[in-house]
Structures are given as structure tokens and as C-alpha cells.
Design a protein around this ligand. Sequence first.
Ligand code: PEP
Length: 245
Amino acid sequence: MQRTPLIAANWKMNGSAALVEEITRELTGLELSDTEVLICPPATLINRFSAERNFALGAQNVSHEKAGAFTGELSTDLLLEAGARFVIIGHSERRTLNFESDALIAAKLAAAVNAGLTPVLCIGETLEQRQQEKTQQVLARQLDAVYASQPELLAKSVIAYEPIWAIGTGESATPQQAQTTHAFIRQHLKQYDTQSAIRVKLLYGGSVNADNCAALFDQADIDGALVGGASLKPAEFAQICLAVT
Ligand code: PEP
């Protein structure tokens, strides 16, 4: 089964109008024929990107509410109007720092899909959970919370496996560790819908950089990456995009 690779950038609370220009310049002209590229900048920068670009745009969060008295929140309609076509949901930083529950993440993912946004669902275990050999249990819980009662959403999703111990630490999972976990995720997803489980893109995230990406992309169940720190360096991010094809 051929899955088109996807390289996604998560700028987190970083970036600027100048970086918008720089990344656009760096990616323009790159031969990305068989690769999808996605930039998720802070929401205020989404509509600073020109329509003339060879990559998609996404947000880093969305409300599950349609509209109304929700100060500080952004709806699916607002994100779509700004130009987003994807949205990261359930990033570990939001699960931890913003106390987002599995139930809230499931509601956000449903709202995104129903509005026509492609969700990039992030799942991952802590170091302690890995050391206690609870990785599969944690991932199964995070997936079941979203898809057990709404399996039809899997066909419209992208899933990013991001071990929390690898995010922003410089310590990526080894290609073998990542592949073993991706294979488990794909197998687990088959209970919801076999065809969707085969087709769904599984991204790896956690200290991906220009030096370690090729070995990760060689793995059978790794279909691309969600890149944090290295996505703020346009030249390095471009190298990662080129490495996946
Ligand atoms: C992330 O936050 O999604 C991430 C993968 O960050 P980093 O690449 O910096 O580890």
C-alpha cells in the first residue's frame, strides 16, 4: 500500500511574519511531487502566507464549539476562513499544560472532520510509562477514546506518534523503536476499519532533524514526520522534506 508521505511543521508559539517569508522562499521550487508538506504556524500567521505556495497550512488547536461566548478560542470556521486545511489535535503540550482530556480531544477531532479540516491526532507515552512497559496500553487508550465510538473518523485523520520523552529533547526514538510502535498503532486501528488503518498516514514526531530523518523514513509504517524545533530552520526543514521521497 502506497501512502503519500506528509511532512508537517509545528511551529508552536514561535515564528514571525519574517519566518513566513523565509519558509515560503525555501520551499518554493523544491521538487515535492510525491510529498505533502504542511506548515502549522501560530494561528495569527496563517493568513500571512501567500496563496502562491506548494504546501498546505494548518492550525495547532481548535475549539469543538461552533461559535459563541468562548473567549480566546478559535472555531473550525475561523480556521478555514484563515486558510487552514489541517489542525493538530491532542498535542502532548496541550494535554499536559492545558489539561485537555481524551474526551475533549475526541470532540475536537469530530468537530474538525465534520467541518472539513484534516486532524493530525497526536498520541504518545511519557518516559515513565515506557519504562513501565505501558506504551501500548497508553496509545490504545488514546486511540480508543477517539475512534471506538466514531470509527468513521479514522478515514479522514492523520495520526502522529510523538513519544513525550522525545519531544524537544534532542533524543529521538530509534528507527526500530518508532517502527515497532507504528506497527502496533496500525494493527490496533484495524479493529475500527481495516482499509482505513492501512491507508492512514502515521507520522513520527520527536526530535526529528536532517540527520536522523532518513533512517526513520525508511521504516515501513512511518509515513512522514511532525517536526517541531527543526521546522523553525527553513533550510533544515527543506532537507527533511526532500529526504522522505
Ligand atoms: C512537536 O512538538 O510536535 C515536536 C515533534 O517537537 P520537536 O521536533 O522539537 O521534538
